[in-house]
Design a protein around this ligand. Structure first.
Ligand code: ZN
Ligand code: ZN
Length: 208
């Protein structure tokens, strides 16, 4: 089993929330404060970006099982790559042991950048109308297409995605463990000619 699948299995376990609570209880306060501050800052960045780019500032916590598999695995694979030092990064080389918000995108797998370098996650023009779930070419708004953009957040990591109408995640707000996820519901389809740099996230504490 790959680390990504192992992490997914752990997060989908019914006692995952209890586990995170126990881990937090024995984690030094200084570390928790730094991690929580980075995650909080990431939420602020996500919310600020979601307004102009997604047409909503609504973010809410998610249970890991709320996200569709392709999105959850994409997020977790990015998380694993980043925390194991195998992700490509911007020149500022953000690492998980120096808590700070970082940004990634489904259409740039394995790339994790700092907020100042978010433009590096902009979708290439050819991929700007491609559904990240099924690969469908959505076309532009004028022809009845468009991309539904969204973001999920895991700890300090913001992960952007875009889907066709059929693959749009039905993410609903519900109670969640301390590790919860955040996701602004993508409110409007995005057409071509507009960068996808401001797309979505899902937030959850990482296991330590
Ligand atoms: Zn950077
Ligand atoms: Zn699709």
């Amino acid at each position: 089993m790959t680390p990504t699948l192992a992490l997914e299995q752990l997060m989908l376990h019914p006692l995952y929330g209890d586990l995170i609570g126990q881990i937090r209880a024995v984690t030094p306060t200084a570390h928790l404060d730094q991690d929580d501050a980075a995650a909080g800052h990431a939420t602020q960045i996500m919310t600020a970006a979601a307004g102009p780019t997604l047409g909503t500032t609504d973010t809410h916590r998610l249970d890991p099982g709320d996200a569709p598999g392709w999105l959850r695995l994409g997020l977790l694979d990015t998380w694993i790559r980043w925390t194991t030092g195998t992700a490509d990064t911007c020149r500022h080389q953000p690492t998980h042991d120096r808590p700070q918000p970082v940004i990634a995108a489904a259409w740039k797998p394995g790339l994790v950048v700092c907020p100042d370098c978010a433009m590096l996650t902009a979708a290439p023009r050819t991929a700007d109308t491609t559904c990240d779930a099924c690969g469908h070419q959505c076309g532009d708004l004028a022809s009845g297409g468009g991309i539904y953009a969204g973001m999920v957040q895991l700890g300090p990591l913001i992960y952007q995605y875009g889907t066709c109408a059929d693959c749009r995640p039905a993410i609903t707000e519900q109670s969640s463990p301390p590790s919860a996820t955040h996701t602004p519901e993508p409110a409007t389809p995005r057409g071509t000619g507009r960068g996808r740099a401001g797309r979505p996230h899902n937030r959850r504490r990482r296991p330590r």
